[in-house]
Design a protein around this ligand. Structure first.
Ligand SMILES: Nc1ncnc2c1ncn2[C@@H]1O[C@H](COP(=O)(O)OP(=O)(O)O)[C@@H](O)[C@H]1O
Ligand SMILES: [Mg+2]
Length: 272
């Protein structure tokens, strides 16, 4: 049992079926010239426990802002954000969340195993156990032989695996992923999709996967929440009831085409 989980008490969530819930969430930012930028308007949706929900939206529609709210890094101006039934402004056991960013954010002076172990350093775990867990997690993502390599010695896909291992090593119930594979080539991205779905099958955590790529959302998600251009609002929400693997299947291709048509109808400014 994870020491951090044991030492972090939390009240039973009010609705354990929802990993995350967004209720009438709005957010503005103040710009340099003092004017206000409306980024999110009245956003509401749920992330059922154990599901993969993709937030699909154009650049600037507030996707990263919303994930930062789920991680407790930002508060909404209006509305509520609930993590496992708890308001993010109140008491949340943050050790139950993992976050994978768009850039891998690996520390160049640390080896792969020490980059992964970093995620465990806020807890009370001893150094040896941290290293053992980090090493085991690297093996889960297929990098068991590369623990002592430095980031510059690894390919883009391998670095992405290290970042994935770092976000998984705390065994989070909820994994927030912000366009984590967008910088990878198509082949490597497909491999990472397969790996992520395998780990999801094994662990059953909830995943929120932000992307601007329609095909990526269709390949991964149980549910897609499609945002309008800024200010981000929920334009369409749909379930994806297709068996895996989906890449290249006629059903997935049809859904991709339908979503692209919906985007074209929504706005000409869907930019990535
Ligand atoms: N801290 C901030 N201060 C001011 N503007 C911000 C801040 N964070 C994000 N923005 C702006 O808010 C908008 C939405 O940003 P973001 O949530 O990153 O969108 P997305 O992830 O969908 O591309 C962008 O126009 C961005 O420039
Ligand atoms: Mg973003």
């Amino acid at each position: 049992m994870d020491a951090m989980t044991q030492t972090a008490p939390h009240a039973p969530p009010s609705d354990p079926r929802q990993a995350l819930a967004f209720r009438h969430v709005s957010k503005h930012f103040l710009r340099g010239d003092g004017s206000s930028l409306e980024v999110l308007r009245d956003v509401g949706f749920d992330v059922p426990a154990g599901s993969v929900v993709s937030i699909l939206g154009p650049s600037g529609s507030g996707k990263s802002t919303l994930l930062n709210m789920a991680a407790g890094l930002l508060l909404p101006d209006d509305g509520r954000v609930l993590v496992l039934g708890h308001e993010t402004s109140g008491t949340v056991d943050w050790s139950r969340l993992g976050y994978m960013f768009q850039d891998d954010r690996l520390l160049p002076w640390r080896t792969a195993v020490d980059n992964v172990g970093l995620a465990l350093e806020t807890g009370s775990m001893g150094k040896r156990e941290r290293r053992e867990r980090a090493q085991a997690q690297l093996a889960v993502v297929g990098l068991g032989e590369f623990g002592s390599s430095y980031p510059h010695q690894l390919s883009g896909g391998m670095r992405s695996r290290v970042a994935l291992a770092r976000s998984l090593v705390t065994e989070p119930d909820i994994l927030l992923m912000d366009e984590p594979f967008s910088r990878l080539d198509a082949q490597t991205r497909t491999t990472m999709h397969t790996e992520l779905l395998r780990i999801h099958r094994e662990r059953g955590m909830s995943i929120v996967f932000v992307t601007h790529d329609v095909e990526e959302a269709v390949i991964l998600a149980d549910r897609i929440v499609m945002f309008s251009p800024r200010p981000g609002r929920v334009h369409t929400e749909l379930s994806v009831d297709l068996a895996h693997p989906r890449l290249g299947t006629p059903e997935a291709l049809t859904l991709v085409a339908e979503l692209r048509a919906a985007i074209a109808g929504m706005s000409a400014d869907w930019v990535i």
